[in-house]
Design a protein around this ligand. Structure first.
Ligand SMILES: *[C@@H]1O[C@H](CO)[C@@H](O)[C@H](O)[C@H]1NC(C)=O
Ligand SMILES: *[C@@H]1O[C@H](CO)[C@@H](O)[C@H](O)[C@H]1NC(C)=O
Length: 475
């Protein structure tokens, strides 16, 4: 027994040393998802990234599953109780929920997330970190609800039949959330936990989401297995696993958040490594993001400060569904960024139909509050973020090959699982983003790095994928 204990100690020492080496260049708290003591949380957003109204008996749509594995034997010591996860409006908690948040579902979720983050927090250099974030979003928008601002400005309810999916009053509801706390299975070494549920609160199992995480103690890394199914009432759903900033604003969210990025990656000096195994694509409308990066800066290049009328969320995404339509082409220049920059720095304008790589872009849309846009231009949806947004969506194409991104439609798709090492930093430093003329270029610091799918208005579509080995490396 003594010898066993000694061997254990040596192994632990080796693991600790190894852990230090790999974490020195990693921006995430849990490089490659290898840490036995998992930290994972759940958040659900309505159309404009708020709560709006809590689902009955579900509490505030924030939850966490965090535990350490005991060193003596194999048992899991959980850090978040059921009553923590059940916190919701009307439930007070001393020193956690403020008076202002007690009956305000949006603010309550923010304070609950910070609290869950504190329970899960792991000390580390240069910053403590809290958890991977499972993000679920319902794309329904009831324009008569008055719930969403327009480019960050409050607007009264309005009528706009047909433009946004919504079956009627209550279509922006939060989902049912079931949680299987991580357990050690009876084989003695497999750890497994899950979140699942539906938006169809009255008819169970019509729309569906599920994330199951699994790992063997001391071996390999966590595998996150995702499923997402849309329904006729909920045709537009999003499910991502996010590495968010550990403090400050993460992409698309104007409140202080908690997350996994203990160092914020800045273009051009970072890479992202991940393994993605897509089992079911989710139909032609499934915008599967091999990677989505999100940040926020103002049109004058200044960092965001929480003023939603001038802050602008910036996203760039590589969509790998080969059925994705080519919205940017020589006849639809408003869907293309004004120019493309090759790796060697050469810029090609979108009107240069001989040299511009149209097929490398799905769509570009500009911030609705930008004042010096090059025409023709499409502006982004003004309602689906708490502030204006700018989005640049990429498709597999030879021009991205130098950055380790897929070059052909179908690469990495169903039946073609791959481990990617993406030079996201170099690529994102060359992407077009709008800025006011004559202003200093914004520092491109990314506050969230996500993987998952957005099924954009399709009924009964099913997507299923596994994600593992996720890491963000500072180079
Ligand atoms: C959630 O997962 C559990 C365990 O696998 C399962 O029993 C339950 O039916 C699932 N919930 C829904 C809504 O399908
Ligand atoms: C830069 O790369 C592009 C695309 O490969 C090429 O057409 C162009 O000639 C290159 N420019 C220079 C200056 O090397």
């Amino acid at each position: 027994m003594k010898q066993m204990a000694l061997i254990h100690t040596v192994i632990n020492l080796l693991l600790m040393v190894h852990g230090d080496v790999s974490s020195s260049s990693s921006a995430v708290g849990d490089p490659e998802m290898k840490r036995d003591g998992l930290r994972v949380a759940f958040e659900a957003w309505n159309f404009c990234n708020e709560v709006g109204l809590e689902a009955p008996h579900m509490g505030s749509p924030r939850a966490a599953d965090c535990f350490d594995v005991s060193t003596s034997g194999y048992s899991l010591a959980h850090k978040v109780s059921d009553s923590d996860n059940n916190l919701g409006i009307g439930k007070s908690k001393q020193g956690v929920i403020s008076e202002a948040a007690l009956h305000n579902p949006d603010l309550y979720a923010v304070e609950k997330e910070l609290y869950l983050g504190s329970l899960c927090q792991v000390s580390d250099e240069p910053n403590p970190w809290s958890f991977w974030m499972v993000m679920l979003k319902n794309g329904n928008y009831d324009t008569k609800s008055g719930l969403c601002p327009q480019n960050g400005r409050k607007i009264p309810p309005f009528d706009q039949p047909g433009k946004f999916p919504c079956f009627g009053t209550g279509c922006m509801n939060q989902p049912v959330l079931n949680h299987g706390k991580t357990q050690l299975l009876s084989d003695g070494y497999t750890m497994r936990g899950w979140f699942n549920g539906t938006y169809d609160v009255d008819a169970d199992g019509v729309s569906y989401y599920e994330v199951v995480w699994e790992k063997r103690v001391g071996v390999g890394g966590w595998v996150f297995k995702h499923k997402l199914k849309t329904s006729s009432k909920y045709p537009w759903l999003m499910l991502y696993l996010r590495a968010d900033a550990t403090k400050g604003f993460s992409g698309g969210y104007h409140y202080d958040t908690r997350g996994m990025l203990k160092t914020l990656p800045e273009s051009p000096k970072f890479k992202v490594r991940l393994t993605v195994d897509i089992k079911q694509g989710g139909g032609p409308k499934s915008q599967f993001y091999l990677l989505d990066i999100g940040s926020c800066w103002k049109n004058n290049g200044e960092p965001c400060d929480g003023d939603v009328t001038t802050d602008v969320t910036r996203y760039s995404e590589m969509i790998i569904n080969p059925e994705t339509e080519l919205w940017c082409n020589p006849k639809t220049l408003h869907n293309c960024p004004p120019y493309h920059t090759f790796r060697n720095g050469t810029r090609v304008h979108r009107t240069d139909s001989q040299r511009f790589p149209y097929e490398a872009y799905h769509v570009y849309c500009a911030p609705g509050n930008a004042e010096h846009l090059e025409l023709p231009v499409g502006t982004c949806d003004p309602f689906s973020n708490p502030q204006a947004q700018e989005i640049l969506q990429l498709l597999p194409h030879p021009v991205w090959g130098e950055y380790g991104y897929p070059t052909r439609r179908g690469d990495g798709w169903v039946g073609d699982p791959r481990t990617w090492e993406l030079d996201v930093g170099a690529l994102s430093s060359r992407l077009y983003f709008y800025q006011d003329p004559g202003t200093t270029p914004a520092r491109r610091i990314w506050t969230s790095v996500d993987v998952g799918t957005e099924i954009y208005k399709d009924e009964g579509a099913v997507a299923e994928w596994h994600l593992s080995d996720f890491n963000v490396l500072i180079t």
